[in-house]
Design a protein around this ligand. Sequence first.
Ligand code: PLV
Length: 333
Amino acid sequence: MFGIKGSLCSFGQDIQTQNCYIYNSISMSKHVGTTVFLKMENSQPSGSFKIRGIGHLCQQRATQSKGVVCSSGGNAGMAAAYVARKMGLPATIVVPSSTPQLVVQRLKDQGATVKIVGKVWDDANGEALRLTETEGLTYVPPFDDPLLWQGHASIITEVAASLGPVVKPGAVLVSVGGGGLLCGVIQGLKDVGWTDVPIIAMETVGADCLNAAVKAGRVVTLDDITSEAKCLGAKTVCKKAFECTQSSELTIISELVTDQQALHAVETFLDEERVLVELACGASLAAVYSGLIRRLQDEGRLPTVLGPLLVIVCGGSSIDMKQLANLKHKLQT
Ligand code: PLV
């Protein structure tokens, strides 16, 4: 099965998310030794999957609003700014100082007011919550809300529709920041009856709030975000994502890669698929390129004969060639 192209799907008359292209990547399949399907969320109008959940949430919650405020590492903000513009609402996006200038500019280009507050997302979120109170704006959370998960779940229902009734993934690969994408994928797998499909939840070392929670057996708050994958940089994973790792309903394998491995994956993906994604997305791609999937198979944690691997290419706007060069420089020294 090669290219299967869907049509546009819509959360409302004016906010369209792409029913993203899904295709069988020959080069990735070679790396991992099994069929790989790439779900290209990078091609959403806001540059990442985030528009699915945020589009849905805003249409449920912000129709009577005087404006929205979103705290973000970058991509939730891009989605909120895009959706607000389509809805004719002002958007204030609060980002931490670690957000690259190129994202700040892209947010302004979407018509948003940008506030830079604190060092990490958690600091920016404090300010967004404050503005919700003082300015009467509608709060748009980046990952912790059932409406977001419901929107993100459409990724999986689209995949199921594209693959048809006889093809089922052997595993799904996702990046985890605060856990919203993971919760959405879980919801989607339940919706289509694929609860026996394991999820590999990827984070980078230093932005590993889910992995830390799994190791501790409870939700924990990281001291700091030391990874360069700032869009994975929530200090605390959402409770629902952690609870799902503890439930027997679905298998969730939490794994880490280094920033260097994520960067190498971004570069390999650019070379082989001709698509530039940010480090947050590279964390998932690295599971393929670094041999992690094969290791999980060797360890018996994934079946030796694995069905098609579904990779959610989450995308991201925090990247251009200059930023890529900066990251390369930072991570080599
Ligand atoms: N980024 C959030 C949270 O940042 C944001 O504000 O944009 N891949 C990409 C490209 C992302 O931007 C994010 C989240 C993720 C994956 C992980 O999604 P999550 O947060 O739902 O697990 C702090």
